[in-house]
Write a protein that binds this ligand. Structure first.
Ligand code: ATP
Ligand code: MG
Length: 394
């Protein structure tokens, strides 16, 4: 059975009142983007509050479904048969042929649910349910009607054309990217930050990313891993710019001037400051991290407060209350896990102290940072000037 059309159902956008068209248009744009690399030609249209994807000629069904399953804002994907000849005898014939092709094993219960969007249509939905049900029973006596809990809910909608569908493939939910502003993801090579980026993008936020690289302490391979992760996240979140900041000098300077047990906190504060500056310059209005309370010393409540103190932008931490396993589950689902666990060092781990502070005192941290006064502004400026931007298309 080759379906030529898909009905795209969306959930939350439906509640947006008079801005609804904006959400629908954003969804259409994201669907077109997702299908750009799929074999086949597609038209995506909106007809009276419904979005349809139509394949023109031959296309790759599995790839199409895979691509649509990555478009935030889609609640359900319904492969359907769409017919233009609305004559009821023809509709009956097509419904029977649909059942024949989609359900080769016909030991099933079913129910027909008809809807008449076209109020001029001469047959009521009640009548259609009865007549279509009867036609199916006549053609396939082994099938049975069950109006309460049918195996197959056969939907027939009469609109400008007639839509016949029964399969429902769940989409990812959320809202279309581009409908909720822009934010900057601090993307490391770990498990958590790609998941954090995915979760915020799912709410309709367009994201870019920043990675702090410390060559030669962190290798080219470690950097490539982050590029790979950005591309994996971009499969859902759309194209993004990955800003690669050379962090080596700043890190060595902090190592040289500050107590080692405070190194991670101070380093994280500089990461946030730099990320915020890049965000401001590129139109983002929030930061995103993969922090989760208590996971490591730098993520106790006190450490998070100390890191957060340098930010004026809101910092979104979508996995803050997740256990590690819950984060791993999402990363497996979205396909970043295998890449995240590749064993390449990251810049947070190369200079770690044996006993990092777990309850940093903000006044102590600030006074330690004063030891950096001589050169740090210049170093931050250089880091910003030498930042490399890599465009990741997914
Ligand atoms: P992840 O799994 O995301 O690496 P983590 O558990 O290793 O997180 P940390 O290393 O403490 O935790 O980092 C906390 C957060 O800080 C990360 O989720 C990420 O958002 C950000 N971060 C850490 N290191 C870097 C880096 N080198 N470049 C960009 N962001 C970073
Ligand atoms: Mg990490």
């Amino acid at each position: 059975m080759q379906y030529q059309s898909f009905l795209i159902k969306y959930a939350e956008i439906g509640t947006k009142g008079k801005n609804r068209y904006m959400f629908e248009d954003a969804l259409i744009k994201q669907i077109r983007y997702a299908l750009r690399d799929v074999d086949g030609e597609f038209t995506v249209t909106k007809e009276s509050g419904r979005i349809y994807v139509k394949a023109e000629g031959e296309y790759d069904y599995d790839d199409t479904i895979e691509a649509l399953k990555r478009v935030f804002g889609i609640a359900d994907i319904c492969p359907m048969v769409q017919i233009e000849d609305k004559d009821f005898e023809n509709v009956k014939k097509q419904v029977v042929s649909y059942v024949e092709q989609v359900y080769p094993d016909r030991h099933l219960t079913f129910k027909v649910v008809s809807r008449r969007g076209d109020k001029q249509y001469p047959i009521s939905s009640e009548q259609m349910n009865r007549d279509l049900g009867e036609a199916v029973l006549m053609a396939f006596p082994e099938m049975k009607v069950d109006v309460h809990d049918p195996d197959v809910l056969l939907r027939v909608e009469v609109r400008q054309k007639v839509n016949i569908f029964s399969l429902i493939i769940p989409g990812p939910g959320g809202m279309p990217v581009g409908t909720n502003g822009r934010a900057m993801l601090l993307l490391s090579g770990g498990i958590d930050s790609p998941v954090a980026g995915y979760m915020i993008a799912k709410r309709g936020v367009k994201i870019d990313a920043v990675y702090f690289h410390a060559p030669p302490y962190t290798s080219d391979r470690a950097k490539q891993k982050v590029v790979d992760l950005a591309n994996l996240v971009a499969r859902y979140a759309g194209p993004m710019d990955l800003h690669v900041v050379n962090f080596t000098d700043i890190q060595l300077y902090i190592y040289d001037k500050c107590p080692h047990e405070e190194l991670t906190i101070i380093m994280r504060r500089y990461m946030m400051r730099i990320a915020q500056t890049i965000a401001e310059r590129t139109g983002s209005i929030g930061l995103i991290t993969g922090e989760s309370i208590g996971q490591v010393a730098s993520q106790t409540l006190q450490s998070l407060a100390a890191t957060n103190e340098v930010c004026t932008m809101p910092v979104f931490r979508p996995v803050i209350g997740f256990d590690k396993q819950e984060i791993v589950d999402v990363s497996e689902k979205i396909g970043t896990y295998e890449t995240s666990i590749q064993p390449y060092e990251d810049c947070c781990t190369i200079f770690v102290a044996k006993h990092p502070v777990t309850k940093p005192n903000i006044h102590v941290i600030r006074s330690s940072e004063r030891h950096l006064e001589e050169k740090i502004d210049e170093m931050v400026k250089t880091a910003l000037e030498t930042t490399e931007v890599i465009h990741c298309e997914g």
